[in-house]
Design a protein around this ligand. Structure first.
Ligand SMILES: Cc1cc2nc3c(=O)[nH]c(=O)nc-3n(C[C@H](O)[C@H](O)[C@H](O)COP(=O)(O)O)c2cc1C
Length: 323
């Protein structure tokens, strides 16, 4: 219906027909897996999913500011839990699945204390392993109390070590390769903290980093902006790009980056690629711009690649660091 033009690229050993993915949180239960590609998404991320079922925060928990092109949400990982999810994904897979890569966003159950977080993340990974092309360890949602503390080096190491262990075991049992594991970061960390996360991710052999999740900062004060929760959309654009720029420079491009935060057109997508993102995701722009947004972005990306003399998207990654 809104099929996007091809902008082929490769990242984490996976081929993408176009780089623009559906960010986590839109298809939390993975109910529409085969349909997103009809809106021109080159890949999707379902979830966040937690080990245990949970209701999330009381409603209202999602707010829209048309004036700022922004959303504020405090959903709190409402999801049916890993066991029910594995059954529903199995049913879906038997019927119809996506032809684009599918990532799974792993959250932490609210009832699981941070000290046992690694069991929660790795337990969900084990139950859902067969359904994912890649996993995102989400330690950056502002809507689960203290979750973001798990971004600190040793806490994150513990989680990644356990997830790596499950990943290797599942791969061995099924005679295939381990799946790429990425870490998703908060834009509210200091640059030093972000560098520590990147160092952990590299040390633990992660395939990449997703930058960024929503922010607790606000561009202004008004009725919507005063709501608590994570802000996404246009006001997040520049901080998210800054984080990508800094992570790319720090890792010298060794840790592929998924750029997300305030992408709404070809210009903002190109900015993320220039800062160092290898592939992209969006959520808020789908709400504000409608389902034609991916087609417009990919068309624009092809134009920019041609205008700048790049043969592929990969060649363009990090171009702002070279100009
Ligand atoms: C309602 C809502 C729910 C979200 N849920 C999740 C989630 O479960 N896990 C996650 O990692 N990010 C979640 N996000 C964050 C998005 O994946 C994305 O990082 C953020 O919205 C910034 O992108 P955008 O500016 O294109 O919206 C959510 C965002 C929104 C608006």
């Amino acid at each position: 219906m809104f099929g996007a033009p091809s902008v082929p690229t490769d990242a984490f050993g996976i081929h993408f027909d176009n780089p623009v993915g559906l960010a986590a949180g839109m298809d939390k239960k993975g109910e529409n897996i085969p349909n997103w590609e009809n809106f021109g998404f080159g890949w999707i991320e379902i979830g966040g999913i937690t080990l245990h079922a949970q209701e999330g925060n009381p409603k209202p928990r999602m707010f829209r500011s048309t004036k700022h092109g922004a959303l504020i949400n405090r959903m709190g990982f409402n999801n049916p839990g890993s066991e029910v999810m594995s059954q529903s994904l199995a049913k879906q897979k038997a019927k119809k699945w996506a032809s684009v890569p599918v990532g799974i966003n792993l959250g932490k159950s609210k009832i699981t204390p941070n000290e046992e977080a690694e069991q929660d993340y790795s337990g969900t990974m084990e139950r859902l392993w067969e359904f994912a092309d890649l996993f995102v360890v989400n330690v950056s949602s502002p809507n689960t109390p203290n979750l973001r503390e798990l971004q600190a080096g040793s806490e994150l190491d513990r989680i990644l070590i356990e997830c790596n262990e499950v990943n290797s075991r599942m791969a061995q049992a099924s005679g295939t390769n381990p799946k790429p594991i990425l870490v998703k970061v908060s834009p509210d960390l200091s640059d030093d903290q972000l560098r520590t996360v990147a160092d952990s991710a590299l040390a633990q052999g992660c395939a990449g980093i997703v930058a960024t999740n929503t922010t607790t900062s606000r561009p202004a004060e008004d009725k919507v902006m005063n709501q608590s929760g994570g802000l996404s959309g246009l006001p997040l654009r520049s901080r998210s790009t800054e984080v990508i720029h800094m992570l790319y420079a720090h890792t010298k491009g060794a840790l592929p980056i998924v750029g997300v935060g305030g992408i709404s057109d070809a210009e903002s997508a190109w900015e993320k690629i220039g800062a160092g993102a290898s592939i992209l995701q969006l959520y808020s722009a789908l709400i504000f711009e409608g389902p034609g947004v991916n087609k417009a972005i990919n068309k624009g990306l092809n134009r920019k690649l041609k205008a700048n003399g790049y043969q592929s998207l990969t060649e363009a990654v990090g171009h702002a660091h070279r100009s």
